[in-house]
Write a protein that binds this ligand. Structure first.
Ligand code: GDP
Ligand code: IMO
Ligand code: MG
Length: 426
């Protein structure tokens, strides 16, 4: 069997959690391959909303095994809180969750460093979630990080001390307040908790499952425009959020990749700093934020909102090799009489282009829009058979421009508010 990948094509928060939960019954294994507690993946069913940060979104399906892969940075304190929140739902979490020994650990001083670096950047700050993502990946790449498997070694405390002393040397130069004994105690309590879980060589686990013909879904975090290589650098996260990240973050060969589900909102949002060519700073943007409840799942920050941006979507589709598109939050646009779509960029020298320019941060990019009529009707209870004509036209317009079929339309946050388009099924 192959590994199918589901990932965001925009700046994150496209609705990955909802769709992984919808697709999970089709999969034996769901695996996160990068990112960490900066992610906030929302699932809704039976009138309850759940937000997962590090635990894969297949956890509510009792036949699905869930893996936190080697490419993830794991904060044991956040992990403990997440598991405790799930306790009341009677899930078989201890049996159905596996964690790679090669996943990198986030220690409390990574969060302090994140704060220090952001503060030092001043107005140029990234707008990080401050979960310690950048500093923990820095330590991984700098070959001094701690990994989940290290918690099983006798000298784990000494390794922790050695790493945190390096951090304290840096923190000396920054005015960050913290109570270390408290943070340390919290960390070690969480480490004891973590040791009670299945800590495994997940690359063997996944490849053995593939040999046994099990189906595997890789769940991306963040979005392609936040990718460390291809996003709007430096306003990005610190991992490869694209399909290739699933290979390195799980230990599966590129030849094993099957379907690539690219998920996008019917409009655009971004949280944190950085370029956003189609951003709406007016009443329309405010309306999208209100109707779409566009507030961060992890930090609660208001998300910046704007129209759909085809040059960047095409770029994401190209980098990821997307085979199916999934369009989310179509319901949010139901009161917009006119829907705009950016088809090209006008650069500061007057050039009109469909490509993302290298200089995206220090150049004013003006979107060139096409206007389409809105559907002007609520989508509650709508099925494939009775979708409004204007919505169908919008879908056809996008499929033509993007050259990839849109196989799923989401019309609300609940699991059930999902339309699978039968005619275009790949
Ligand atoms: P993720 O990070 O990609 O999993 O996305 P988030 O969970 O951060 O943000 C998506 C938000 O949109 C969540 O609050 C979801 O409950 C909500 N959502 C998902 N799909 C839809 C949809 O089709 N319509 C509406 N109105 N909300 C949706
Ligand atoms: P999910 O998986 C949206 C953004 C932050 C910031 C930048 C760097 O829920 O889609 P970091 O904490 O990684 O140092 O932040 O990336 N960011 C996200 N935006 N959704 C996310 O995850 C994000 N994870 C990070 O806002 O701009
Ligand atoms: Mg999110």
């Amino acid at each position: 069997m192959k590994v199918d990948v589901l990932l965001g094509l925009q700046w994150g928060d496209e609705g990955k959690g909802k769709i992984v939960d919808v697709l999970a019954p089709k999969y034996d294994v769901v695996a996160r391959f990068q990112g960490g507690p900066n992610a906030g993946h929302t699932l809704e069913f039976d009138g309850i909303k759940h937000v997962l940060h590090q635990i894969p979104s297949g956890i509510f399906r009792d036949k699905t095994r869930n893996i936190i892969g080697n490419g993830v940075v794991l904060d044991p304190i956040v992990f403990k809180t997440e598991i405790e929140k799930l306790n009341k739902y009677n899930l078989n979490v201890r049996a159905n969750l596996y964690i790679s020994k090669k996943a990198t650990l986030i220690v409390p001083s990574h969060r302090l460093l994140d704060q220090a670096y952001e503060k030092a950047k001043g107005v140029d700050k990234i707008g990080s979630t401050l979960k310690g993502i950048g500093p923990s990946y820095q330590d991984k790449i700098g070959r001094q990080g701690l990994r989940v498997g290290d918690v099983l070694s006798e000298n784990f405390e000494a390794k922790f001390k050695k790493l945190t002393e390096i951090h304290f040397e840096i923190l000396k130069n920054h005015a960050i307040d913290f109570n270390w004994p408290e943070l340390e105690a919290q960390f070690f309590e969480a480490i004891t908790f973590l040791k009670g879980f299945n800590l495994i060589d997940s690359e063997y686990f996944i490849n053995d499952e593939l040999k046994k013909n099990s189906s595997v879904l890789a769940e991306g975090a963040q979005g392609s425009l936040l990718d460390i290589d291809f996003g709007s650098y430096p306003f990005v996260t610190s991992s490869n959020t694209v399909t290739a990240g699933a290979c390195t973050g799980l230990g599966v060969s590129p030849s094993r990749i099957g379907e690539v589900y690219g998920i996008f909102k019917a409009y655009s949002t971004r949280v944190g700093s950085g370029p956003f060519p189609t951003e709406l700073l007016d009443d329309q943007g405010e309306k999208m934020r209100r109707d779409g409840n566009e507030f961060g799942s992890t930090t609660g920050r208001p998300r910046r909102c704007g129209w759909l941006d085809l040059p960047s979507l095409k770029y994401s589709i190209m980098i990821n090799g997307v085979t199916q598109l999934l369009m989310m939050k179509a319901d949010v646009l139901c009161e917009f009489p006119v829907i705009k779509v950016c088809t090209h960029y006008k650069l500061s020298d007057g050039t009109i282009t469909e490509s993302l320019p290298y200089e995206i941060v220090n150049q004013k990019i003006a979107p060139v829009y096409t206007e389409l009529p809105g559907w002007n009707t609520p989508l509650t209870g709508v099925t494939e058979a009775d979708m409004p004509k204007e919505l169908i036209d919008y879908i056809h317009f996008l499929e033509k421009a993007l050259e990839v079929p849109i196989t799923l339309i989401s019309i609300g946050p609940d699991r059930k508010q999902t339309i699978l388009r039968s005619k275009v099924k790949a």
